[in-house]
Ligand binder design. Structure first.
Ligand code: PHE
Length: 449
């Protein structure tokens, strides 16, 4: 049976391919776009502190939970959870639906990065800092232009996934991530040396404890899950393509560290500049697109840097988007007997249409509200604050309570070959701490406590 499976299921060709693909999934708009704006609206250093606590207590463990379920299952997320316990298939189905929601708005925002790459070469940087917000608002509120970029972004995502995981994902994840890292460092240096930048550094690093309340925890939890790509079974799906001898513990730690580092550095690149230019840290979704052009305008060869930076953000977004798309595609291929390109096309098309509504919610449909949220905020809320916490809660219960300890621990230690004491600690966290932690915050988020 397993022979049969491995002949028709693709797999990662090398361990570095898997590490890069998972890091590629984790590092994306979540770090560069969502983390700074959540920090901005969540009160600076206080949010950062809570974020780090959540990352450490539940984030890393959950990444390992998804890896273990996927590699053990060797199948799409629904079947992988079913293998642990038939009652747990719902986690896979939940992820399936979350994928459409995430992909829809991810592609819209991914599209913005393309526009900004092009605009960098055509006059964006000649605007004064106080004009950047207006330019951004005008662009995202336009009913047509963002849709063209959205279509392009979605098309690129579908194209890569249609070509399969080793030819597609692995190949595209290799060179550009390190390039992005170097670029962030360059921008960071310019940003923190701007006159007046120090105030931003302090705001970013010094937690004001009075700002920490229930919503800070709710927001940080959603952000950690989003950023690590956990809760939607994207990592279950990737790990299902993994050979048995990879070191899951090491990969989970490496990926979480990289992901956290990139998010923290993104804040260092953005907030000093925000304060130096007298902008608003609580600006919201535009923060990445409003503050950085003002920094580039102050750099020698700023035009080129700006162009390269937005292209790299686009690539980082793309390597995340493909992991979102792969999740439902894997399910459709295996359960519905549909070919890979067709499955990718179907999911991509539906998400594209949903994304049109998201894009309109920044402009012509801006006043259309459900529960006091526009369509974008609603999608983001349903995805990050409802679906990801439920998915991770289910995953930790499945692994901690329904999969026998022996099974789970032997999966992540490759049958007791590596890291047994870490694995025991992990299992303890997953069984006793992670679900309780998520449950309490989830109750808070839906207003029960
Ligand atoms: N982690 C990705 C990012 O930070 C987004 C993502 C969310 C990917 C959920 C997969 C699943 O951009």
């Amino acid at each position: 049976m397993s022979d049969n499976v491995s002949t028709y299921r693709d797999s990662f060709k090398s361990s570095i391919g898997f590490v890069l693909a998972t890091a590629g999934s984790a590092v994306g708009l979540g770090n560069l776009w969502r983390f700074p704006y959540m920090t901005g609206t969540g009160g600076g250093g206080a949010f950062v502190l809570v974020y780090l606590v959540v990352m450490l207590v539940v984030g890393v463990s959950l990444l390992l939970v998804e890896f273990s379920v996927g590699r053990n299952g060797k199948a799409n997320a629904v079947d992988s959870y079913k293998k642990i316990h038939p009652a747990m298939q719902w986690i896979g189905y939940l992820g399936f639906f979350s994928a459409f929601i995430f992909l829809s708005y991810f592609s819209v925002v991914g599209g913005w990065t393309i526009h900004y790459a092009i605009k960098s070469l055509t006059g964006l940087l000649s605007l004064a800092p106080d004009q950047m917000g207006g330019a951004f608002g005008g662009f995202i509120g336009n009913p047509v232009l963002p849709l063209i970029y959205h279509l392009f972004f979605m098309g690129a995502t579908v194209f890569i996934i249609a070509n399969g995981i080793s030819g597609g994902i692995e190949k595209y994840s290799k060179i550009l991530m390190p390039a992005l890292f170097v670029m962030i460092l360059i921008i960071l240096v310019r940003s923190v040396t701007l006159p007046g930048a120090f105030e931003g550094v302090v705001w970013y690093l010094k937690p004001d404890f009075t700002k920490i309340n229930g919503s800070t925890w709710v927001a940080a939890l959603g952000q950690v899950f989003f950023s690590l790509s956990v809760g939607m079974s994207g990592m279950v799906t990737y790990a299902s393509y993994l050979k048995k001898n990879e070191n899951l513990i090491k990969t989970a730690v490496q990926v979480s560290l990289t992901d956290t580092l990139v998010a923290i550095l993104a804040g260092f690149m953005i907030f000093p500049a925000v304060f130096a230019f007298g902008m608003e840290p609580g600006e919201g979704v535009g923060l990445l697109f409003i503050s950085l052009p003002a920094v580039f305008a102050q750099m020698p060869m700023g035009t080129i840097f700006s162009f390269i930076f937005y292209v790299l953000v686009f690539v980082a977004a793309l390597t995340s988007a493909i992991s979102i798309l792969e999740m439902p595609v894997a399910y459709i291929i295996e359960k519905k007997n549909v070919g890979r390109p067709k499955a990718a096309f179907i999911v991509g098309s539906i998400s594209f249409v949903l994304g049109i509504a998201v894009s309109f919610s920044f402009g012509i449909w801006g006043s259309f509200q459900v529960f006091g949220m526009n369509i974008f905020s609603l999608f983001d809320y349903l995805g990050s604050n409802i679906s990801l916490p439920l998915g991770t809660l289910g995953a930790s219960i499945a692994v901690g309570w329904l999969w026998k300890k022996q099974g789970a621990v032997s999966e992540i230690t490759n049958n007791g070959e590596l890291g047994v004491s870490i694995a025991n600690l992990w299992f303890f966290l997953v069984k006793w701490i992670v679900p309780v932690f998520i449950f309490i915050i989830f109750l808070k988020s839906v207003g029960i406590i």
